[in-house]
Design a protein around this ligand. Structure first.
Ligand code: UD1
Length: 422
């Protein structure tokens, strides 16, 4: 397994190009492979483990994919297979995205039930309820979801669960509804930038979706969809992560490709802490000449503060004077990074779904372990800010979602290197 060795202390300075959004890319390539009838060419695709894993799933379903220099060419499935087996789905939860499109396109899907993960149980009841509302018969048997339908029928669906709207269920149901007979209205839809990007791509394929970017989506079903050319939106979470990297190292970074409209919640909190953000047409400059102060944060669905930035901002608050409180409302058990940050000298106490962070003057390098994607990347940020050497192991979690992380960071002055197969 690879690991990172980081020597902390250098302020990051320079320009970082933001990659295409992982969470937009995943459903977009599923839609291209399963819903489209002709070839799609998707650009600005990040070279990530999750994108490669999903291609394996899509090839298993009979699609042909070719990925080179950020351009993914996808020829649709050959309609011969409708099964996503356990071996593939267990490697990535987003494989569940094939369920709705398979049902809509070939009337049948057999998809392994995705398990929990390090950040909590992560049920899929809303995905199944939504597809049943469209007329699918769904059975759970032997660890698999077996779903069948004749042509799906448009309907009204309220898609909110106890933890709020669901990104995955909104994507799954929206994709299925593009080929349903009649109009589907999804109320309480998730409206994250990557959901909007998926909807724009589906419309480029010939779908008819209204209300994009809002919590009420109207999807007028069409008979068929074609492939399309499309460039994936830039990654709001990657951009926000590098904002925090600049802040934690007291650096000065320009993040080319960051989109202001997509990062309002994280930007507001960073400004409250004392970080300066200067927006330009093509990105944002992040500078850190002001004194920093504490703040309180509550994660929420978009446009609230993203749960996918909770770990990173905790890293920053761990070295910000004062006491801050972070409350996690989306994913249960998403505090795996706390023990590792404390190993590095942070002073963080968890009580239920809240963490109280007493800012310390500095962190010190230590051997630490990534337990999931965002809980992993915060350890890299902490290592960059810490005194001495930090070793982050199990970085395959980080490789799922950050493209060329060590190259991007080294280019702006970080001392970070990858040790392979250690
Ligand atoms: C997506 C993102 C993930 C992010 C999350 C919340 C992708 C590939 N992943 O995950 O990075 O952390 O959104 O922004 O885009 N829930 C239910 N029933 C369901 C579905 C979800 O109760 O059927 C709950 C979940 O357990 C969670 C909350 O709803 O507590 C939000 O989950 P959801 O938005 O579905 O997350 P994902 O789509 O899995």
């Amino acid at each position: 397994m690879d690991k990172f060795i980081i020597t902390g202390g250098a302020p990051l300075q320079g320009v970082i190009d933001i990659s295409g959004s992982k969470n937009a890319t995943l459903p977009i390539i599923v839609a291209a492979a399963i819903l489209g009838q002709t070839q799609s060419i998707i650009t600005n695709v990040p070279n990530l483990a999750d994108v490669r894993t999903l291609q394996v799933v899509l090839r298993h379903l009979g699609s042909t994919t070719n990925f080179q220099n950020g351009i993914l060419t996808i020829d649709p499935i050959d309609l011969s297979s409708y099964e996503a087996p356990y071996d593939l789905v267990r490697r990535m939860r987003a494989s569940i995205y094939v369920l709705g499109p398979l049902l809509a396109r070939i009337g049948r899907a057999k998809v392994s039930f995705p398990g929990g993960c390090a950040i909590g149980p992560r049920p899929i009841d809303l995905h199944l309820e939504g597809l049943e509302a469209l007329g699918a018969d769904v059975e759970i048997e032997g660890g698999y979801i077996n779903a069948q339908s004749n042509r799906l029928r448009g309907t009204e669906i309220y898609l909110r669960g106890v933890f709020g709207p669901s990104v995955g269920a909104t994507a799954n149901v929206m994709m299925a509804a593009t080929l349903a007979k009649g109009t589907t209205t999804i109320q309480a839809a998730a409206c994250e930038p990557h959901i909007a990007d998926l909807a724009y791509f589906l419309n480029r394929m010939g779908a008819n979706i209204e209300g994009i970017g809002t919590t009420e989506l109207k999807i007028h079903g069409v008979a068929s969809l074609n492939g399309a050319h499309y460039s994936v939106v830039s990654d709001d979470i990657e951009a926000s992560t590098f904002m925090v990297a600049a802040a934690m190292t007291r650096g000065d970074l320009f993040l080319r490709g960051a989109v202001e409209d997509h990062v309002h919640a994280a930007a507001k909190k960073l400004r409250e802490i004392g970080v300066t953000l200067l927006w330009q047409d093509d990105g944002v400059r992040v500078t850190t000449n002001q004194p920093f102060g504490s703040t309180d944060i509550r994660t929420d669905a978009y446009p609230g503060f993203p749960t996918d930035m909770q770990a990173q901002i905790m890293g920053l608050l761990s070295i910000t004077p004062g006491i801050s409180v972070i409350t996690e409302t989306i994913h249960q058990d998403r505090f795996m990074h706390v023990a590792e940050l404390n190993r590095m000298g942070a002073n963080i106490r968890v009580d239920g779904n809240s963490a109280m962070i007493h800012g310390v003057e500095r962190l010190s390098g230590a051997p630490v372990m990534a337990s999931d994607l965002r809980a992993g990347v915060v350890l890299v940020l902490a290592g960059l800010a810490a005194e001495g050497e930090t070793t982050v192991s199990r970085i395959y979690h980080i490789d799922r979602g950050y493209e060329y992380l060590e190259d991007k960071l080294s280019a702006v002055g970080a001392e970070i290197r990858r040790i392979e197969n250690d």
